[in-house]
Design a protein around this ligand. Structure first.
Ligand SMILES: [Zn+2]
Length: 83
């Protein structure tokens, strides 16, 4: 393992670290549901982008049902492949 040749002074460390601070992210509001959203990304709350519906939003209650439906579809596909 390599070993540092000289001790780094407090000031040189702090000088390097002066650029390490995290910047605040710029959040805009979703025009439909008014939730904070990253710009140029789809709103995760309502699934719209630029006023268009892009994602299917499933309630937490219906999530299990949707998953079961998808599983059944996959089973049917596999059956077809076997034939
Ligand atoms: Zn939204």
């Amino acid at each position: 393992m390599s070993v540092p040749k000289k001790r780094r002074t407090k000031s040189s460390v702090k000088r390097r670290q002066s650029h390490d601070a995290l910047k605040k992210i710029n959040l805009s509001k979703c025009p439909k549901c008014k939730q904070p959203v990253l710009s140029h990304t789809v709103c995760k709350n309502c699934g719209t982008y630029k006023g268009r519906q892009v994602l299917k939003i499933v309630d937490s209650k219906n999530r299990k049902k949707e998953k079961e439906k998808e599983k059944e579809k996959e089973r049917k596909k596999k059956k077809k492949e076997k034939k």
